[in-house]
Design a protein around this ligand. Structure first.
Ligand SMILES: *Cc1c(COP(=O)(O)O)cnc(C)c1O
Length: 494
């Protein structure tokens, strides 16, 4: 069955998978969604490898890619860049199952999609016979940036420009980005927060004049942000893989529902879980975990999405987000794929900073449970999990573990639950060590990593060792209003 892609703001026009991947965002500002959801027989996949399951899932969505093309992309993405041969290992600790999505090049879950996106993109460009160089523009709250840089560095036919909020990422995250090698990589700090960076990038994408100028000089803009369908689909894979693997291990029996608890920011990861469920993976509740920036929790409680609030910097910075871009896809589905209804709500979000969905639309949210963890709860959870099981989790994972814990306590629901672990504790060492009651004031990040290693008896990941003494390659800083000029400068557009 051929699957095509349509915009959440105009259902009339459809494009192929490779066109949708190449475009990133639809011309009308909407996000691409498949015109149908293919179904999958998860039980038949029990015991298969991550790469095999990746192919079985992706071939159903990317129907204009040949088998050879897709398998080529998968082989280049999920190789020994990952330090675990399972790619996404499942770990049991204290009666909870953790899905570890942090074994890629940058020790956070965005590697799962960003190690394959460059290959999906360059393959798409070839298929569409596009000759321009692909320029990736990305706004990051920390993890996307490095994962995208690592994914695109020195990939022929591409270059990448990453914007990050100057004071909104961890020291290690910043160091990871500014030390990125590769002639085709650019990193810019902006004076503003993540939403400013994201809005700036969206505006550049909407700028037809700039795009025309770029095209004249042989460039074409594209996005690596989590709105690209080429990131969403690879994320469906690990939910299918999780279920198939638990089945093969005998942890669960065929057809049994399991819940997943997902630390959420831009709503990409959990939306992938929703798609896995719609494809037929027996997932029960999709537990959407937020930190103190609990816009999503409030939305699930009230049906009103309201970004008019203070932006809070937390110890889980990759979830410090007030506009969860991927939620638009769910809103569109809740509106029974009525793009006009969705476009109107998104207009209200843009103009007033809020919208309210109808009672009828709320019915589309029944698979989700919203929860949040305060900073204290997050820190307590890191400590509790370590004391109970000797397993160290990072702050983002702890938000989900805390919300999962609260949910089980409040409801008495003892359904088997997988907590999605989105970052290595070595990526947020300072907060993790603080939570574990260790001295951190004035201690260097890398010394802290050494101490965490000693304390927990775990090995420091290669990704951290590599940046310890790496030279800084990127020092650009700009005002949030000057992002367009920065892009022009970097590409030498006249
Ligand atoms: C990006 C990120 C998240 C949030 O994922 P979304 O898909 O944006 O909801 C959670 N944890 C970590 C470590 C991340 O990097």
């Amino acid at each position: 069955m051929e699957i095509r892609y349509k915009s959440t703001r105009n259902s009339e026009v459809t494009v192929t998978a490779s066109e949708a991947i190449l475009q990133g965002l639809a011309e009308d500002g909407g996000l691409f969604l498949p015109t149908a959801v293919p179904s999958i027989d998860v039980a038949a996949l029990a015991g298969k490898s991550y790469q095999e399951i990746a192919y079985e899932v992706m071939r159903l969505f990317f129907t204009d890619y040949t088998e050879e093309e897709l398998k080529g992309c998968i082989a280049k993405a999920y190789d020994d860049k990952f330090d675990a041969k399972e790619i996404a290992p499942l770990k049991e600790a204290g009666g909870i199952c953790y899905l570890e999505l942090f074994h890629g090049a940058t020790i956070a879950f965005k590697d799962m999609a960003l190690s394959i996106l460059p290959h999906l993109l360059t393959t798409a460009a070839k298929k569409q016979q596009k000759k321009e160089e692909i320029v990736i523009l990305t706004a990051t709250s920390g993890d996307t940036g490095k994962a995208a840089l690592a994914g695109f560095a020195d990939v022929p036919g591409t270059s990448i420009i990453v914007f990050y909020p100057k004071d909104g990422v961890s020291k290690i995250q910043e160091k990871q980005m500014v030390t990125q090698a590769g002639d085709n990589t650019n990193v810019v700090a902006i004076r503003g927060n993540f939403d400013d960076a994201q809005n700036g990038v969206k505006e550049i994408f909407g700028d037809k004049e700039l795009a025309a100028k770029a095209k004249e000089q042989g460039y074409r803009f594209s996005s690596a942000n989590s709105i690209n369908i080429g990131r969403l689909v690879p994320q469906i894979v690990y939910y299918v893989y999780t279920y198939a693997t638990l089945l093969a291990k005998g942890t669960i029996s065929a057809g049994e529902n399991i819940h997943v608890a997902v630390p959420t920011g831009n709503f990409g990861n959990i939306l992938a879980a929703y798609y896995a469920k719609r494809m037929g993976t027996p997932l029960g509740k999709l537990i959407c975990a937020s930190n103190d920036n609990k816009v999503l929790y409030d939305f699930f409680q009230t049906g009103t999405y309201d970004r008019n609030r203070e932006f809070i910097l937390t110890s889980s910075p990759s979830m410090d987000i007030l506009i969860s871009s991927n939620l638009e896809r769910l809103i569109y589905l809740c509106a029974e794929e009525n793009s006009e209804v969705n476009a109107e709500l998104m207009r209200q979000l843009k103009e007033q900073g809020l919208y309210t969905i109808t009672e009828q639309m709320k019915k589309g949210l029944t698979d989700f449970v919203g929860g949040y963890a305060t900073e204290q709860q997050t820190f307590d959870t890191i400590q509790r999990v370590y004391e109970q099981s000797g397993y160290v989790i990072d702050t983002h994972t702890a938000v989900a573990a805390s919300v999962c814990h609260q949910y089980k306590k409040e409801t008495g629901d003892d359904t088997f639950t997988v907590v999605v672990s989105t970052a290595s504790p070595y990526k947020f060492t300072r907060s993790v060590m603080k939570a574990l009651g260790q001295e951190t004031d004035g201690v260097d990040d890398f010394i802290l990593a050494d101490r965490l290693s000693e304390y927990s008896g775990t090995k420091i990941p290669k990704a951290v060792e590599e940046i310890r003494n790496a030279p800084v390659h990127h020092t650009k800083v700009c005002d949030k209003e000057k992002m367009r000029e920065m892009v022009s400068d970097i590409l030498n557009l006249r």
